[in-house]
Design a protein around this ligand. Structure first.
Ligand code: SAM
Length: 269
């Protein structure tokens, strides 16, 4: 049998379908998620229910968002899951997570994400960060390294700054290709993202921060001064006490927020 067929379903490449099959890895991920009834539990891309089943076992209700209509049909008729699942067929990138908010409850969001949408999906979820207790995602290992990178390293970039602006980032475990059917071409890893209840460095305009980061990291080998010359002057850098001869990866999240806030103030004055 082709290694693309699992439990009678042919994996669809366009939906990034690599199904988890390693029970040890599944158990460790479910342990990290720590499902409970005190949170609104949300899974993105349940697929053939590798995580859905063990998570649903210990709770009363699990909300899932799945794009593939065939997989949604399977979930609707699943012997024990069908009574526990609140199933939303559609694109998680367009899903309004506010509709899941319940009085007095925060969400725990998790998923073995299709790698092609993982970055935009995280950015989409950051918009709902105030309602989210934590998120556990299986991602390309390289993306987890970028999310959790420290300043001064090669992996540190725009994604690092934006993720660490919203969340505490903790790598949980590494997962080799053999733990999936079909196996992906890259190594994977699970990451835990915990949105800050109180942001350590509040930003006045997040879109501006995102724009500033994109501009700053556009040319990684150039200096900050060079990359940001349209937005900040030498005097601005002096005021912020930031050495503008540094490269973009040498600048902390706090410093990026300070720069974005100064640009905001200049625009508003
Ligand atoms: N959770 C399952 C597992 O661990 O075996 C499946 C993981 S598979 C990597 C990704 C899942 O996300 C698939 O079920 C796929 O159909 C679904 N998916 C792909 N794109 C999606 C989207 N935009 N919104 C929601 N689900 C999506």
């Amino acid at each position: 049998m082709s290694n693309k067929v699992h439990l009678g379903h042919t994996a669809r490449k366009r939906f990034g379908q690599n199904f988890l099959t390693d029970s040890n890895v599944i158990n460790r991920i479910v342990g990290a998620i720590a499902p409970d009834n005190d949170h609104v539990m949300v899974e993105i891309g349940p697929g053939l229910a590798a995580l859905t089943e063990p998570v649903a076992e210990s709770i009363d209700k699990l909300t899932v968002v799945e794009l593939d209509k065939d997989l949604v049909e399977r979930l609707k008729t699943h012997p024990f899951l069908k009574d526990k699942l609140d199933i939303h067929q559609g694109d998680a990138l367009k899903f309004d997570f506010n509709q899941l908010v319940e009085e007095g409850k925060q969400m725990k969001v998790f998923g073995n994400l299709p790698y092609n949408i993982s970055t935009p999906l995280m950015f989409h979820l950051f918009e709902f960060a105030e309602h989210i207790e934590n998120m556990h995602f299986m991602l390309q290992k390289e993306v987890v390294l970028r999310l959790s990178a420290s300043p001064g390293t090669k992996a540190y970039g725009r994604l690092t700054v934006m993720a660490q602006y919203f969340c505490q980032v903790m790598p949980v475990l590494e997962v080799p290709p053999g733990c999936f059917t079909p196996p992906p071409k890259v190594d994977s890893a699970v990451v835990r993202l915990v949105p800050y209840k109180q942001k350590p460095w509040p930003c006045k305009d997040v879109d501006l921060l995102r724009h500033l980061c994109t501009t700053a990291f556009n040319m990684r080998r150039k200096t900050l001064r060079n990359n940001l010359k349209q937005m900040l002057t030498d005097d601005d850098f002096k005021l912020l006490n930031i050495d503008s001869t540094k490269r973009p990866e040498q600048i902390s999240v706090e410093q990026y927020v300070a720069m974005a806030n100064l640009v905001f103030d200049k625009k508003s004055s």
